[in-house]
Design a protein around this ligand. Sequence first.
Ligand code: NAD
Length: 443
Amino acid sequence: MRVTVFGIGYVGLVQAAVLAEVGHDVVCVDVDENKVENLKKGIIPIYEPGLTPLVESHYKAGRLNFTTDAAKGVEHGEVQFIAVGTPPDEDGSADLKYVLAVASTIAKHMESPKVIIDKSTVPVGTADKVKQKIADILAERSAAIEFDVVSNPEFLKEGAAVNDCMRPDRIIIGTYDERPQDLMRELYAPFNRNHDKVIFMDVRSAELTKYAANCMLATKISFMNEMANLAEILGADIEAVRRGIGSDPRIGYHFIYPGCGYGGSCFPKDVQALIRTSEQHDYQPAILQAVEAVNDRQKSKLPSLVERHFNGQLAGKTIALWGLSFKPNTDDMREAPSRVLLEALWEQGAKVQAFDPEAMEETQRIYGVREDLSLVGTKEAALKGADALIICTEWQQFRAPDFDLIKSQLSEAVIFDGRNLFEPSRMNRKGFTYYAIGRGASV
Ligand code: NAD
């Protein structure tokens, strides 16, 4: 099938590569010339496991192409994916200008029937706007061309995006009527062989499904962070509590890890957007507001533990930081808890020596060159001459470090662990002062 994907970001590029992998003929369109030129040279703009070989092989085979020429893109695909960003507006609601810009582009150039698939995460009612926009432009052009608008939200996880797209748990397809359903089944048939994962529904329900999923996941995290804070106050151990509640199949073990707050491009933005949508309809979303407030507070957890430990005397201290990305296996720094931490440490006059396996380039891009930030090549190098170690992201390589080496490098044997990687009692036996999340007092 001929497919066009507008937006070559995390979602668009992975989706395009995976569609090419199963044999579809894919053209990707982006407004970012640099990105398009780099992709043609084999330079992949994001880190995502398994993505580079897919993109390289299908580009070479001619099944995956990149262009800034929107007219060419519109001409190519019988289906047109919209996978552009929907960043938060000033008030937190989703900014639809990129989505509607693509809708206009498609409408201006289309000469044959198209199915327009909205993959971006968009508020309920956006498909109606896309449909209206296209209808208006076609009317201005006096062009009577059939089109369908479909809502097909994406559920991939950064860090496992290729696998998630190759083996989706579900394929949500919201349509206004039955007309585009056969085409959508054909498009996704290669991903739907083991059992039927396609769930058809109306457009609005599909749009809300995406927000409901992300808000539920964010709720689980904030709930566990609340329990962790209570555990700390009450002298309980959240890890024991986690295992205890996870054993109930109605709760389960998935996604109930406490930590230093959720980040990334999706949870914060989607929780906020659904809050704004609710408020626009005069509904107070009490749970979502609490989820957001708890998360904001949790992001300050590590900075306040550090500040308390050093009695507010952080000026002149050097802090080793392991992990910058908002979660492992990605270079994404959007809304990462590490950013709140870095900025708080700098504010207090501390210097940071940081290491991350993938996100250092992105950190440099965000913060530029500054005297109080050294980005170093290994986790060991980050320890050199530092006064304390903070762990912000649970990369695999941080899980079993050489504790003797850590101790020998730090001026004081103190670790602040925002991801609960180690056993407090073991750390204490090794002579560390160890701060974790919700695991009781530690000396
Ligand atoms: P991104 O910022 O990584 O990429 C968006 C791309 O769209 C950029 O390359 C940008 O240059 C391009 N673009 C903007 N305007 C354009 C236009 N008019 N024509 C062509 N290209 C244009 O975004 P992303 O993380 O891939 O997210 C895209 C959407 O998918 C968002 O709505 C997001 O909420 C949703 N989503 C993201 C994830 C994720 O994990 N990142 C997961 C599921 C859903």
